[in-house]
Design a protein around this ligand. Structure first.
Ligand code: BGC
Length: 721
């Protein structure tokens, strides 16, 4: 039945059946699910009829081959036309084998590993019966108070776009119909969810249209160009209209301009949220507005099933809108091969073999290693050696909470903790472990034990951070310092005079001003995933050379937010030669620049940049221009370096950022080795959105910067003819 005729099928469906097809419900509603009958909370209040469940189009959050198969089997027994269910879940950074959180993955600047991690996540999910993942999340972020910064790859539109494509490719492969090891991807959250006011989740987003086109839309567009099957709408408003009811965002930008033809799903409950937002009086109006704006699937509320039919009769809303939405859903079902094989990849035997295989764990370890960012390393306190007496102290010394949010299938028991990682290669008599404090509280006894351990060691590894509930969805904070208990612990350990290596576990850039000056080394480990402790150990002891570079700036303080590298100049730049002492754009009590900038990360070796060259003085728009630079490893250890290529359009029709990342190369250099790195620049890369939203370049002067971070660069210039 592979060539099921969808138009014919659609013509057999009643309007009720069609509308039910547009509804997505959580697993417990369905017969055959493990926890059926235990519907609680808001779901219980939903008053869903059996008829709707029997005709629903998709399931949220089901997994496990056995369960998904039994739900599908039960469903097909009762569904009049034999239309299979789609199973959708949040497989964000791994299924059971958990990879580093996306923000960490961004810091690897490793697109092929990002693709691989998505491929592995897809494989584990697919054999467990999942058809669609709600990933990648590609929202551009500039505010670390927002807990969901952990789900994205950071603050740069170009880099986010590259990771967006890589993940879509990894999840979907090239043939979803034949390749049952892949799943369809759903890019989210359209649009601009990453810019909530004050960093408070679900909050209002306000920005100019130009800014949205230039900074916020490219990463969604990249996913669409890569063939992503689905898009999820955002919770927030954009310019006063909730995204989930915005014809402008969904019909004009997404469907018309970006030419997206796949399914558009609302975020959880977002259709009904049009009421508290204040654009719909009741559920009926919410249903009308969401469908009119373009939402095909309503997730977890029932405005469509309860009201669309009457809305079609009452208002100027044609059934053809419903038909279009249903057809898109049926198309994806067909593409995934579900009419032929409704169980698709679900297979208990394969599930046992594939999920958390040694190969998958190894890939997770590799990505974790590459996503660690060395922020400080005074007097080369790192790498450590195996003859040193080490005390491992802190609430993350032996803590499995290193998977991060959105790792619901991952188990902390499977995670390699730092203690487990370090103990493996070490003479146990040289290692002392003490918790020192909890995440949020400290007791005299724990602190005293930790101080004693520190005193008896040569070097202290202090494993600090936020627990995984402190970031992720609804994890906004106004204070982004380490919790006070841990700062107190730090101060007590500092008094021992022992060198301190801080290892950080967290889902956002933190305000590290309190510890930056006092720690001897700082390694940002993020939530590194299942193999975290092993990966960190490899780096701490120099088996691996750290190569991660930040993709989101670390502020000096929350008061400085937003702080991001690709900002504009002002009319009164602080660093201008003629800047006035007082009336310059600055804070009286803080630098303008972040504590650690975009693109920054240290290595155990030294990379020397020299001899920057350009192929011509002017750029002919037809021909482009190229640049070379020599990078030498003049340290003692082999290592990888991310060579970053930025431009600045010096004078534009509208103000241009001081730097914009346009390209990068990740290179490997042995000690003493030099490589010449080449960047070709084309005129298209110089285009930007003008005041009338036209995308074009301006003739004139451009600066080019190549270097090892957004602030450590060599530069030259050219003219675009
Ligand atoms: C989140 C989405 C997620 C959805 C389904 C929502 O609360 O915002 O990112 O995909 O839930 O779990």
């Amino acid at each position: 039945m592979q060539d099921v005729n969808l138009t014919e099928l659609l013509s057999k469906m009643t309007l009720d059946e069609k509308i039910a097809q547009l509804t997505q419900l959580a697993t417990p509603f369905f017969k055959g699910s493990k926890d059926q009958g235990e519907i609680t909370g808001p779901m219980k209040e939903m008053g869903i009829t059996q008829k709707v469940i029997e005709n629903a189009g998709s399931v949220l959050g089901a997994s496990g081959a056995q369960q998904t198969k039994s739900i599908q089997e039960e469903h097909l027994k009762n569904n009049r036309l034999g239309i299979p269910l789609l199973f959708m879940s949040d497989i964000v950074h791994g299924y059971e084998t958990i990879f580093p959180i996306p923000l960490a993955m961004g810091c690897s600047w490793d697109l092929s590993l990002a693709e691989k991690s998505a491929e592995i996540a897809a494989k584990e999910a697919a054999v467990s019966g999942v058809h669609v993942t709600f990933a990648p999340m590609v929202d551009l972020v500039r505010d670390p108070r927002w807990g969901r910064v952990m789900e994205t790859t950071g603050e740069d539109p170009y880099l986010n776009g590259e990771f967006s494509k890589a993940q879509v490719k990894g999840f979907q492969g090239s043939n979803l119909t034949k390749d049952f090891n892949r799943v369809a991807a759903c890019v989210k959250h359209f649009a601009a969810y990453g810019a909530p006011e004050g960093g408070r989740d679900y909050n209002t987003v306000n920005m100019s249209e130009r800014e949205m086109y230039e900074q916020y839309l490219p990463a969604y567009k990249a996913a669409i160009d890569a063939g992503v099957e689905m898009v999820m709408s955002a919770f927030n408003t954009v310019d006063g209209i909730p995204a989930t009811g915005s014809k402008y965002l969904m019909r004009k930008i997404l469907r018309k301009e970006m030419e997206f033809e796949g399914i558009l799903i609302s975020d959880w409950g977002a259709v009904k949220e049009l009421i508290p937002h204040g654009v719909a009086e009741d559920e009926a109006e919410a249903a009308f507005k969401a469908l009119e704006a373009g939402i095909d699937i309503e997730m977890m509320t029932t405005c469509y099933v309860d009201h669309l039919k009457e809305q079609i009769e009452m208002r100027n809303l044609t059934e053809s809108l419903v038909d279009e939405a249903v057809l898109r859903i049926l198309k994806l079902k067909k593409k995934l091969g579900l009419f032929e094989n409704p169980y698709r990849g679900a297979d208990e035997r394969l599930e046992n073999e594939v999920v958390m295989s040694a190969e998958h764990r190894a890939a997770s370890r590799e990505l974790a290693t590459k996503s660690l960012v060395l922020l400080k390393n005074e007097k080369n306190v790192l790498p450590l050696n195996h003859h040193q007496k080490i005390s491992l102290i802190g609430p993350f010394a032996d803590n499995g909470d290193i998977l991060g949010a959105w790792s619901w299938k991952g188990s902390r028991e499977d995670a390699v903790t730092l203690k487990e990682g370090i103990s493996q290669g070490m003479d146990h008599s040289l290692l002392t472990i003490a918790k020192g404090s909890n995440i949020q509280s400290i007791s005299e006894e724990d602190a005293a034990e930790a101080v004693q351990a520190a005193k008896n060691s040569d070097v202290v590894i202090l494993a600090l951070g936020e627990d995984s509930e402190m970031s992720g969805e609804a994890g906004s904070r106004t204070n982004i310092k380490l919790p006070q208990a841990q700062l107190d612990l730090f101060a007590k350990i500092k008094e021992t005079g022992k060198p301190i290596v801080v290892v950080l576990f967290n889902g956002r850039p933190l305000d590290l001003t309190d510890i930056h000056d006092q720690a001897d080394a700082i390694l940002e480990a993020w939530y590194p995933g299942t193999e975290g402790g092993a990966a960190i150990t490899d780096v701490l002891f120099g088996k691996e050379n750290p190569s991660g570079k930040l993709t989101m700036s670390f502020p000096y303080s929350a008061g400085q937010i937003p702080v991001y590298y690709n900002h504009f100049n002002t009319g009164r730049p602080k660093d201008a030669p003629d800047a006035q002492e007082r009336y310059a754009s600055q804070y009286l009590d803080s630098p303008n620049k972040p504590l650690y900038p975009f693109g920054f990360g240290l290595s155990y070796t030294n990379f020397l940049y020299k001899n920057i060259q350009q192929s011509a003085e002017n750029m002919d728009p037809e021909e482009g221009i190229s640049f070379t630079i020599e990078v030498t490893n003049n340290g003692k250890m082999a290592g990888e370096e991310v060579v970053q290529f930025y431009i600045q359009d010096v004078t534009g029709e509208v103000v241009r950022p001081l730097k914009e990342l346009k390209d990068f190369r990740k290179i490997f250099l042995n000690p003493g080795e030099t490589k010449e790195v080449l960047f070709n620049l084309r005129e298209e890369q110089l285009r930007y959105y003008h005041s009338d939203l036209s995308l074009k370049s301006d003739k004139g002067k451009f600066n080019v910067f190549i270097g090892s971070s957004s602030e450590d660069v060599l530069s030259l210039s050219f003219q675009l003819l």
